[in-house]
Design a binder for this molecule. Sequence first.
Ligand code: ADP
Ligand code: ADP
Length: 225
Amino acid sequence: MAAQLNLILFGPPGAGKGTQAERLCDDFQLPFISTGDMLRGHVKDETDLGQKAKEYMDAGDLVPDELILAMVRERLLEDDARDGFILDGFPRNADQATALDEQLSDLGRRVTAALLIDVPDEEVIRRLSGRRVCTEAGHNYHIEFDPPKHDDVCDQDGSELIQRDDDKPEVIEHRLGVYHEKTQPLVEYYDEQGLMRRIDGTRAAADVHGHIRAVIATLRLEEDV
Ligand code: ADP
Ligand code: ADP
């Protein structure tokens, strides 16, 4: 069996995970699985899960594990994730990390690496407060760092650009607090297993992309040995 790349893209809200994912999908034949995007899809479609998740998302709190775990478990069993995946926004706490390890282990698989896009809080606040997303496919822009060609219109699909409800200042602060309390301890968890790779996320998006590509290329070589 060919080597698998079961990757986790890790970092605070606004670190640039979505921005990098758009680029990485073109580079590697790996499905990009964002729990945030999946949940926003459920909210938009007003599914049962979407209705349950919405209040937590609007408040910047984590959606309860029992809802998230079932959703991710099913997604990882889909055909396109057989040879690997890039996970964004999951795991977000210790129980989710354990659940992921257990599911992969049941399938005879394991996490290949966790890539941490490292960005300090001040920069997170600057990035999230200026973020605009397209209503059609969630493409990311920034009013200062990555403005669209035409105000409020997506360059890629022409749909309207909006500010996410959870990118309002008071919610941003709360989400950062949740990240530090619940998610950041996972850095140590993956570090201890020798799986954590750190990437300086403060550099320009193209540089961050180059670094991540190089890390993944190295991992692929190591896994093939
Ligand atoms: P995440 O998915 O981690 O929440 P995003 O990819 O949505 O983060 O990026 C958050 C905001 O920061 C967006 O407005 C995006 O355009 C901008 N951004 C992303 N990467 C960079 C970068 N390297 N430098 C400056 N701004 C960036
Ligand atoms: P960002 O990367 O910009 O922080 P996401 O798009 O990953 O945001 O997540 C948006 C919201 O969706 C989170 O604030 C949270 O309410 C919910 N969410 C996403 N992934 C998870 C998860 N793994 N566990 C719990 N809640 C989640």
